[in-house]
Write a protein that binds this ligand. Structure first.
Ligand SMILES: *Cc1c(COP(=O)(O)O)cnc(C)c1O
Length: 948
């Protein structure tokens, strides 16, 4: 027989999918009572929604092939020296941080730290981030990252409006010196909510009328560094709040917003070691003065204590989360930019305050040298006061100057035909400055005069980053060990299955990850000329095509940088559509009670009114209630948001009817695609009733979760919604919807991951992944059903790709809660399933296709052992308060306590199943008291004595 020269196309799928051995598949099917996998799928998935044939996608390719293909795209991009600025600055990512954070599965495969006992490492890193932002902005409370600078500025405006209790007619005023992309994003959000935004030159005084807030930017769009003190004071005098968008690096030299009286500061932390990535992902920041912490959007890490009184970190004020607050949530931000925030924080830890200041001084000196050379050549500058951006007036010559610089390999910013911007950054050299000067026809720059190019009154005199963590990690050995020490405290996918329902924690293959840090992808500025970004745009267009093929929609936008941003963009498209037809009154959004909390929060942000539709006891949408609500709101009905398969993990058979009822009343159907892992290759939301869906590329399409971001939440839409897809925030795009973030492709930098995933799996591999996800979820449900009731199943008695284990009856009998089970699983080395969503008192388990049968059995064994412990409590053999469940998780320190006097043995606590003796994770802290931390809110690094 001839040996095939290339590996079979399915070789990668066989690595991605955990259950491949025919004997394993057989054993699982036997347990479920099906002869074939297809028979199980046919029974689980209603035939009415099934797609006819296979996916219209190429066959899977090998890992070497995809890397070669990606190199081909990369080769069509042109890396340049990027001096365009406008919110994006090149930076050196320290290699030790690149390899051991950005490229390290210990960091990038972690989930959002909802289970704080197994997340102390990333929580510490995020607390460092908050401390860094708080110190540099001189505002006491900063959150753990925002999606990007422009959307963070929009959130700041909404925060001012909420917290300032403005009258509905009050307006926000944006300084004309904001970046145009930021103005566009803020305008889009304000338009949906129906409040006025005025753009004015605030240096010339505040406009008339009632204002709830103003937004300034430092340095401004044209690079000017301006003393905002008088403007801020005038705004406060008028009862308005103040947000300053500030460049974080400049704050090492320039008086920070907090010291000038600002209420809020926002901005990007990208230039702290995070590559340009063609626009994202980057962590933005948001900091507030005291008193506003409870209005903050996004996540906040805080300090609390564990059961033994030890300092411990956890997410603070979780009651503000959309999951709980739904339409009353402070924002819809769920996935943020954790991995990038961690990268930026480590950059600050590594460089320390003096290192950052030295970088800022170098950046500033290069800008001064260039300014002096231009001035000597008689070229006027837009501002003599600047930090890193010099804007030159060259009437009629902008294109010639830019072309000359490009010929030297340098990109400058074209502001208009007579104005050119040049921004220096950490990577700028004297040679770059000399080449730019030549492009302007100026003489060789000499060393700049000492001093600063901004008023002495603006020079920062206060300290920052004075916490020891910013002074103790200087050598690479120290950094390597700090990163390892933190990572070792955490459970990520590189150690254990993470069976989080609705999160799809699948393999993030190394081959999928490799390309993202290649300079031809990572080093591209989002506003680089189109001819330099051919490879990027081809890759993105092809990814869009493939996602269209998968979903059955007419088109896609990859702009939204999280699932919730996708929801917002999708609802804004629906809104735009209704308005274009003269039906602006259609503002009611029907949302089932079971929906993910971001759905309701996003609907509110899109200017819609949420009307809740009941679920039946069996977990379906209550059709009678739906009919009544549709009838009651017939003329105002904008949309229904449903999740399919439902958040209850079942394929509802009545989805056609639901969609039909809403369509008949003139409403649109939004299908939340977070559960797309149960549909790929089997059914297409664009074909079975949806008008728009977002996908979570960080769930179904293999982008790692990063400890809470990055994410990509593209939306697919039907033909009639195409014109309303999010537009280009800098204008001139093909679509007319409001931009939701600063760049047209959002978090472009991580798109090669999903591209590679789809290409590697191919049509067959993708469909097999879905079928395997169904098999594994149903197998777990079947194995555990006799121990824990499975809450919902479809008509066939099957679940989709996840199952809900109902603890409520056991809790009533024993007092043992779902949370106790989640914490006890840590002692078995597992990350808990999703706790209390979508039903309080339950655990939702999603194994995904990537887990092998051995790992699945390990999980089942843990759950059965825990069930035994619950029985001990229920049957009076072990008091609840002294049970291994309530006292879980067990730290090594607790286990070694000389005064051990618990009702169970140390062995039982640490090694409840024998396999743990060979491979054991010890949590660094015991059960954390979250309420204590909320009562005593501490959101920056506590002094080291606190750990004594
Ligand atoms: C994850 C999820 C979302 C939100 O996605 P983010 O990327 O975290 O914003 C929305 N809906 C459902 C059903 C989800 O599971």
């Amino acid at each position: 027989m001839l040996v095939s020269p290339t590996p079979p196309a399915s070789a990668f799928a066989d690595r991605h999918i955990g259950v491949t051995a025919p004997a394993d598949v057989r054993a699982m099917l036997d347990r479920l009572g099906y002869a074939e996998l297809d028979e199980l799928v046919d029974a689980a998935v209603p035939s009415a929604i099934r797609m006819d044939g296979p996916l219209d996608l190429p066959a899977g390719v090998g890992e070497e092939q995809i890397l070669a293909e990606l190199r081909g795209f990369a080769a069509k991009n042109t890396p340049m020296v990027q001096m365009i600025g406008q919110g994006f600055s090149d930076t050196h990512t320290p290699p030790v941080i690149r390899r051991n954070v950005l490229e390290s599965p210990a960091w990038y495969t972690a989930y959002t730290p909802y289970q704080p006992e197994i997340s102390q490492g990333r929580l510490e890193a995020l607390l460092n981030f908050q401390t860094m932002v708080s110190d540099l902005t001189a505002l006491p409370v900063a959150n753990a990252s925002m999606l990007d600078e422009s959307s963070a500025a929009a959130e700041a405006v909404l925060l001012m409006r909420r917290a300032g209790k403005a009258s509905p007619t009050a307006k926000a005023v944006l300084d004309a010196a904001l970046f145009p992309q930021t103005i566009a994003v803020i305008r889009g959000r304000a338009e949906a909510l129906g409040f006025e935004v005025e753009v004015a030159d605030l240096g010339a005084g505040l406009p008339e009328g009632e204002l709830f807030g103003i937004v300034l930017q430092q340095p401004g769009d044209r690079g000017a560094v301006v003393d905002h003190a008088a403007t801020i004071a005038a705004a406060r005098e008028r009862g308005a709040m103040v947000t300053v968008i500030a460049d974080l690096l400049s704050l090492t030299l320039i008086v920070p917003p907090g010291e000038q009286g600002a209420d809020v500061a926002v901005g990007s932390t990208q230039r702290f070691g995070v590559p340009l990535f063609f626009g994202g992902p980057h962590a933005a920041y948001l900091a507030v003065r005291a008193g506003l912490e409870r209005s903050l959007p996004g996540r906040l890490v805080g300090v609390s204590r564990d059961a033994a009184g030890r300092q411990a970190y956890r997410l603070a004020l979780q009651t503000r989360e959309q999951h709980i607050r739904r339409e009353k949530a402070t924002s819809n931000i769920c996935t943020a930019q954790a991995l990038l925030a961690i990268t930026a924080s480590m950059y600050a830890v590594y460089h320390g305050p003096e290192g950052l200041r030295a970088i800022a001084e170098r950046v500033h000196a290069h800008a001064r040298a260039l300014a002096a050379a231009l001035a000597a050549a008689g070229i006027p500058l837009a501002s003599a006061s600047f930090f890193d951006t010099v804007v030159a007036e060259v009437p009629g010559r902008a294109d010639a100057v830019i072309a000359a610089a490009a010929a030297a390999g340098i990109n400058l910013r074209r502001i208009d035909a007579g104005t050119v911007g040049v921004s220096t950054d950490e990577t700028t050299t004297a040679a770059h400055i000399a080449a730019v000067a030549r492009a302007f026809g100026a003489a060789e720059p000499s060393a700049p005069a000492p001093g600063a190019a901004f008023p002495p009154a603006l020079a920062r005199t206060s300290d920052y980053l004075s916490h020891p963590i910013f002074a103790t990690v200087r050598s690479e050995t120290q950094m390597l060990r700090y990163l390892r020490r933190l990572a070792d405290r955490d459970l990520a996918l590189d150690r254990t299955m993470i069976p989080l329902g609705s999160c799809t924690m699948k393999l993030n293959a190394t081959a999928e990850m490799e390309a993202i840090s290649w300079p031809e992808f990572a080093g591209i500025h989002p506003y680089a000329p189109a001819e330099q970004t051919v490879g990027w745009r081809e890759l993105i267009a092809e990814l869009e095509r493939r996602l269209v093929a998968i979903t059955g929609y007419a088109g896609m936008s990859l702009q939204p940088n999280s699932g919730a941003q996708g929801e917002l963009a999708g609802l804004l498209a629906i809104r735009g559509y209704h308005r274009s037809r003269g039906e602006a009154d259609r503002t009611v959004c029907l949302i089932p009670a079971s929906a993910h909390g971001t759905n309701a929060a996003s609907a509110v942000l899109a200017g819609m009114r949420v009307v809740v539709v009941r679920n039946t006891d069996s977990g379906h949408i209550d059709l009678d209630d739906l009919r009544a609500k549709v009838e009651a709101h017939r003329d105002q009905l904008a949309a229904i948001m449903i999740t399919y398969p439902s958040t209850y993990g079942v394929y509802d058979t009545d989805v056609h009817e639901v969609c039909g009822l809403v369509h008949a009343a003139g409403g649109q159907v939004y299908i939340d695609g977070a559960n797309m892992n149960a549909l790929v290759g089997i059914a297409q939301p664009g074909r079975f009733g949806g008008d728009v869906s977002h996908l979570n590329l960080h769930k179904t399409f293999a982008i790692p979760h990063g400890g809470g971001g990055p994410g990509v939440g593209p939306i697919g839409v039907a033909e009639h919604l195409l014109p309303f897809l999010p537009g280009d925030p800098r204008g001139g795009g093909a679509t007319g919807g409001a931009a939701v973030v600063a760049t047209i492709f959002g978090s472009a930098g991580v798109l090669p991951i999903s591209y590679a995933y789809i290409a590697l799996m191919g049509a067959e591999g993708l469909a097999r992944a879905t079928r395997t996800a169904l098999l594994s979820a149903n197998y777990i449900a079947a194995r555990l059903a006799e121990h824990f009731p499975v809450l919902f199943t479809g008509e066939s008695g099957l679940v989709a790709h996840e199952c809900i284990l109902d603890l409520r009856e056991l809790t009533a009998r024993s007092g043992v809660t779902a949370e106790d089970v989640a914490k006890r699983l840590i002692d078995f080395g597992f990350h808990a399933p999703t706790l209390a969503f979508p039903v309080a008192g339950t655990l939702m388990v999603e194994p995904t296709e990537s887990e092998d049968l051995g790992e699945i059995e390990r999980f089942i064994a843990a759950m059965i052992a825990i069930r035994g412990e619950i029985a001990d409590v229920a049957e009076g053999r072990c008091p609840l308060g002294d049970s291994p469940l309530r006292l879980a998780p067990h730290t090594a320190e607790a286990l070694l306590d000389a005064d051990w006097d618990r009702a169970y043995t140390r062995e039982r606590a640490a090694y409840p199943v024998a396999s743990l003796r060979a491979d054991k994770y010890f949590p660094p802290v015991g059960r954390i008291d979250g309420a204590h931390g909320d009562r005593n809110l501490v959101c920056s690094c506590p002094p080291p004595e606190a750990f004594a």
